[in-house]
Ligand binder design. Structure first.
Ligand code: ATP
Length: 576
């Protein structure tokens, strides 16, 4: 619960308000029975009119103070818990943003979503319970015990033995509910995972008529969640009636023994009434304490899942004090680079690759699918770090750079175009947040996106739906190219980013890009040989190894793999 306390203590003002309100409330709740006893023993029994009116007035004042105390507790609690969870979510978002792909692979995107949404919500509910009931409950319990002993020690012999029994029951329930809570949260992760997959892959599911299969997958994880939840809720649901039942038995016992003491004249009727009130308070405070205690394992599970996010250090350090400025711009070198994905150290995906590129040059990578082309590109902006060897930009190892400054040098166009909810202009400004309208027009003109943007009714202010789903594949690709162009980076990385374009657009776009990227370094991965034909250098990858390097003409003569790829795509005369 250190996590909750860490956040709660940031709001000392509201915490103090909560404590003051709780004290006020307790004072009133226990003051009222005392006044009641005075009323019954003195005012009603002795028909003392003045005492009667005074006591009634004091009781009214107590009621008002109690009402204000409750109000203050509720206000402070709502303020504190909502602010605390909002801040916790922001902090988690901030930490998650620093994760490298390795941490995303390990924790899982769906699980991260559940942690930020549901787990944080569980902590908010639990903190509300603690702040609303926790303090008042403990204060009430101790104060009630004090009043109980003050009023009648002999009657307490009936009450006290019940507490160890109740406490034992609470501990057993708490122990049983922890594994159920853990299973419940991990089943919720699974629901999220299946749902995300099903919704994002809706078209494929429909095209292959796999709705029933997906429905079954969903039903299985949903059933697993509800089975565990049922067990947990049964456990919780039985607690309250059983406790209330035990409490009623105790009260009946108190009345039984109290009546005989009344008869013997050793107890006054008003004191017996107050005693029963105090006992109710003590027992129900204990019941509330039990409820908070039983919620604890669930909250502890959520807290540990959130804490795991905070404790996860990104394997890619942001290196805030790293290099920001360089003398040159766009020099790229791979020195004996090898890379294996985390957990797969025996099988390098990139195996001892070296090459260099200079400003103004276009370097292209080609190779069969799975040969490691995209992986190699991801080492440049440090989505992953090399396992062996170095990647150098402008003479410095990429790990020496301030991560933000390093990525500012790069315009990355991913294989799968990714756009965000918002306008076209918003999306382009991901490349350069303060880009002027003219810069956006220029970039979209170069990337051959201007024409279709201008045909939209709102032009650059046209709103894109989630993932840009209201655009065609080629339009999305052109926008993601424009987003990189607007940045005017030192190094462009095109990861098979022309695949969705028709031949004519591809040619126009590359010719405009050639003018634009004049002094930048361009790294291209392409499946189409025609896209990389004029590259200054083409590197052929095979199973992560560099097997050939040269111009198109040179490779046609020296590399069988390249010749095979080229001959499957080009006409005879182009191969000559
Ligand atoms: N996140 C990952 N974790 C583990 N292995 C991965 C991961 N991403 C890719 N791989 C593996 O690395 C190898 C190279 O993949 P990569 O995507 O770099 O190939 P590629 O040459 O770009 O292929 P394509 O032309 O099909 O895009 C493949 O065997 C792939 O299964």
């Amino acid at each position: 619960m250190g996590l909750i306390w860490k956040y709660i203590k940031r709001y000392k003002k509201f915490l103090l308000l909560n404590i003051v309100g709780s004290f006020g409330f307790i004072f009133v709740e226990l003051g009222l029975p005392t006044m009641l006893a005075r009323l019954i023993n003195g005012a009603i029994a002795g028909i003392d009119r003045d005492l009667f009116i005074n006591t009634i007035l004091i009781m009214l004042a107590f009621t008002v103070v109690g009402f204000i105390g409750r109000g203050v507790v509720s206000y402070a609690t709502s303020q504190l818990t909502t602010k605390m969870v909002a801040e916790m979510r922001n902090d988690m978002y901030h930490v998650i943003q620093t994760f490298s792909h390795e941490e995303f692979d390990r924790l899982g995107v769906s699980s991260l979503v559940t942690r930020v949404t549901n787990d944080a919500f569980v902590l908010m509910q639990f903190s509300q319970m603690i702040l609303r009931m926790g303090l008042t409950t403990v204060l009430m319990m101790f104060s009630s015990f004090y009043m109980i002993f003050q009023t009648s020690k002999s009657l307490s012999a009936v009450l006290i033995p019940a507490f160890p029994v109740l406490l034992g029951a609470v501990l057993i329930i708490g122990k049983k509910s922890r594994p159920l809570s853990e299973a419940q949260q991990s089943n919720l992760d699974n629901i999220n995972l299946i749902l995300r997959e099903a919704l994002s892959g809706l078209r494929v599911i429909r095209a292959f008529v796999r709705e029933k299969f997906q429905m079954k997958r969903f039903a299985i994880v949903n059933e697993a969640y509800s089975t565990v939840s049922k067990k947990l809720f049964y456990l919780m649901a039985w607690t309250q009636p059983v406790f209330s039942h035990v409490i009623n038995w105790i009260i009946i016992g108190i009345i039984w023994f109290g009546a005989s003491q009344l008869e013997a004249g050793s107890l006054q009727i008003g004191n017996l009434v107050a005693y029963i009130e105090y006992s109710f308070h003590a027992l129900f405070s204990f019941l509330n304490f039990a409820i908070v205690f039983m919620m604890y394992p669930r909250a502890a599970v959520s807290a540990s899942r959130i804490q795991e996010v905070f404790d996860t250090e990104s394997s890619i350090s942001p290196n805030e004090d790293g290099i920001v400025e360089t003398k040159t711009h766009g020099y790229l070198r791979f020195e004996n680079v090898s890379f294996s994905y985390p957990g797969n150290h025996d099988t390098p995906v990139i195996d001892n690759v070296s090459f260099s590129a200079e400003p103004g040059q276009t370097i292209a990578f080609i190779g069969s699918t799975g040969s490691g082309k995209s992986t190699l590109l991801q080492l440049i902006p440090r989505f992953y770090d090399t396992t062996e060897g170095r990647v150098l930009i402008d003479g410095h190892d990429v790990r020496e750079y301030n991560l933000e400054a390093l990525r500012q040098k790069i315009g990355y166009i991913p294989q799968k175009s990714l756009l965000f909810t918002g306008t076209i202009a918003d999306n382009l400004r991901y490349g350069k947040w303060d880009a002027s309208e003219n810069e956006l027009i220029d970039a979209s003109d170069i990337s051959q996106a201007k024409d279709f943007i201008l045909k939209k009714s709102e032009r650059f202010e046209e709103v894109l739906s989630e993932g840009g789903s209201n655009l065609s594949g080629g339009q999305k690709q052109r926008l993601s190219i424009a987003r990189a162009v607007v940045r005017k980076p030192d190094i462009y990385i095109f990861d098979d980013s022309f695949s969705a374009l028709d031949y004519a657009t591809d040619v126009r776009l590359r010719s405009r890009l050639k003018q634009e990227t004049g002094q930048s370094t361009v790294i291209i991965v392409a499946q189409r040989v025609s896209t990389i034909l004029h590259a200054d250098k083409i590197i052929v990858l095979d199973e992560g190894k560099k097997v050939a390097e040269g111009t198109h003409e040179e490779l046609l003569r020296t590399s069988q793999i390249y010749y095979d790829i080229a001959s499957s795509q080009l006409r005879e005369e182009e191969l000559a």
